[in-house]
Design a protein around this ligand. Structure first.
Ligand SMILES: [Zn+2]
Length: 507
């Protein structure tokens, strides 16, 4: 496109362009206008503002394919994501979320509400109305949404541990269809959390079938990430195959010492199923510790040692946050089991961090070409897992620069074009004329996470500019809180030629 058509709103000059496709970086300029990328390469022309990016990397804004920011996008400035270079979050994961509401106006699955952090005023009932509420809130970041199976099931069956009747299944399916018709990206499940865990495979196939009609995907926190990991991967793949949707396995891992190394088999299984025709991908965060509600993990078949469980959020007991169960048992002069009981008595929704993965599994999963990056960050009070503030810079600092697990362009692809293609986001995830102007400018020699388990609320180093739909949302370590340039992203809303979608799918 010719720059003569008018001045640029913003010209980013002389950066090392890592365009998101996985292609080798090159030095060039990028011209933006009205929220779109107008030109990439050698760009000339007047500009309202010019950023000198010499020595810096310029990439598409990062896409957090696994967030729990359903409420946070409305109730916060999203600093913890924007400051990482993230410009899009995908919400509604693990079957958890804030819509649709039950007929009595409630939605919060008991014990799961703390995961989603502070809520704004609830002005919606259906999933489509929730999406409209996100849009009306003018979020600071782009948001794509999955219909959460656990919430849908809770609406119709409460916490009943049984299969739905035909009428109940029909009502659940109607809720999924309503969300999909409103532009949701697919259906998510969390099959370790009640009530999602009460669903049998047939129920999930029937609901995912409604997703297939709208071109959505099935995304799952699978039923078991430890002893029965392979069975759980097979179940997820079967659901997608029988319903006719692609499958995304969330935060792929092998939990617990006796399962370390099993990602070798799980990835081989995924590769075989892909060869046989089912479109399966996965995501991961770059840490050996997980985090979720303490009550769920306390029931796990293979209990972790008390020093491997770090209590991260307990409402009313901030002095317990950041302590391991072993330390709390010491303080209370009781057994570790009793310490867990006391924490759960104070707050049934208490959250914790669990050191349960082996670094070799984390590296194997992250490095695989089918793996995209999702933080799984929990925007809770207390001392959340550092992945909330550190995931993306950690991949580009620790795993790309320091450990050379992958090239810079491959690390960027995993957080840009790969998730954009998977989520059907159309015009995002690449630096290309005509695409939305979501851009991260960072110093590849300095980028690193600073959030730690002890002190998790630390912005990363090395992120210089973060641009959301053409607006500078963060600049040299400062968040522009007044800029709320995010959009609600609906499935299929963006248009670009089919062959480009195929090309960006790649590898
Ligand atoms: Zn999960």
């Amino acid at each position: 496109m010719s720059p003569d058509e008018g001045a640029f709103d913003l010209l980013i000059r002389g950066g090392t362009i890592v365009d998101g496709s996985g292609a080798p970086p090159f030095v060039g300029d990028i011209g933006l206008r009205e929220g779109r990328i107008i030109a990439v390469g050698r760009v000339e022309g007047p500009a309202a503002r010019t950023i000198d990016a010499a020595g810096l990397a310029v990439s598409p804004g990062f896409i957090d394919v696994h967030s729990h920011d359903d409420a946070a996008v409305m109730s916060t400035c999203m600093d913890f994501k924007l400051m990482q270079g993230v410009t899009t979050v995908i919400a509604g994961n693990c079957g958890a979320g804030v819509a649709p509401l039950r007929d009595d106006g409630s939605f919060a699955i008991p014990g799961m509400d703390t995961v989603l952090g502070a809520l704004p005023e609830v002005t919606w009932r259906t999933f489509g109305e929730y999406m409209q509420a996100v849009e009306r809130s003018e979020p600071a970041i782009n948001v794509g949404c999955f219909v959460p199976h656990g919430v849908v099931r809770y609406r119709h069956l409460g916490m009943d541990h049984r299969a739905p009747s035909a009428a109940e299944l029909g009502a659940m399916r109607a809720d999924v269809e309503e969300g999909m018709a409103a532009g949701a990206l697919g259906l998510s499940t969390g099959l370790i959390y009640p009530p999602g865990a009460f669903a049998q495979t047939e129920e999930l196939i029937a609901l995912t079938d409604a997703v297939a009609e709208h071109g959505g995907i099935y995304m799952s926190h699978i039923r078991d990430e430890s002893g029965r990991l392979l069975d759980a991967v097979s179940e997820a793949i079967r659901i997608g195959r029988e319903a006719g949707t692609p499958v995304q396995i969330s935060h792929h891992k092998a939990s617990g010492r006796s399962n370390w190394g099993k990602t070798e088999d799980s990835i081989a299984l995924i590769e075989r199923e892909r060869d046989a025709g089912t479109d399966v991908t996965f995501d991961a965060y770059p840490y050996t510790a997980a985090s979720t509600v303490l009550a769920v993990m306390a029931r796990a078949p293979e209990p972790l040692p008390p020093e491997a469980i770090l209590v991260s959020s307990v409402s009313g007991q901030p002095e317990w946050e950041g302590k391991t169960v072993a330390q709390l048992a010491d303080n209370f002069a009781c057994s570790p089991d009793e310490a867990i009981r006391r924490v759960l008595a104070a707050d049934p929704g208490a959250l914790a961090v669990f050191f349960l993965m082996h670094e070799d599994d984390v590296r194997r999963v992250l490095a695989h070409p089918l793996c995209m990056i999702g933080s799984d960050g929990i925007p809770s009070a207390g001392k959340p897992h550092p992945r909330l503030y550190g995931t993306f810079p950690r991949v580009l600092g620790k795993y790309v620069r320091e450990e050379k697990l992958m090239a810079l362009e491959e690390g960027v692809r995993k957080m840009t074009s790969l998730p954009a293609a998977r989520m059907g986001l159309g015009d995002r995830g690449l630096l290309k004329a005509g695409y939305a102007a979501d851009i991260a400018v960072f110093d590849p020699d300095a980028i690193s996470d600073r959030a730690t388990y002890e002190d998790p609320r630390q912005y990363p180093a090395g992120i210089e500019y973060v641009i959301v739909n053409g607006q500078v949302a963060a600049e040299r370590g400062e968040l522009r809180t007044a800029v709320r340039a995010g959009r609600l992203l609906r499935r299929g809303a963006a248009s670009r030629p089919q062959e480009e979608r195929e090309a960006s799918h790649g590898h």
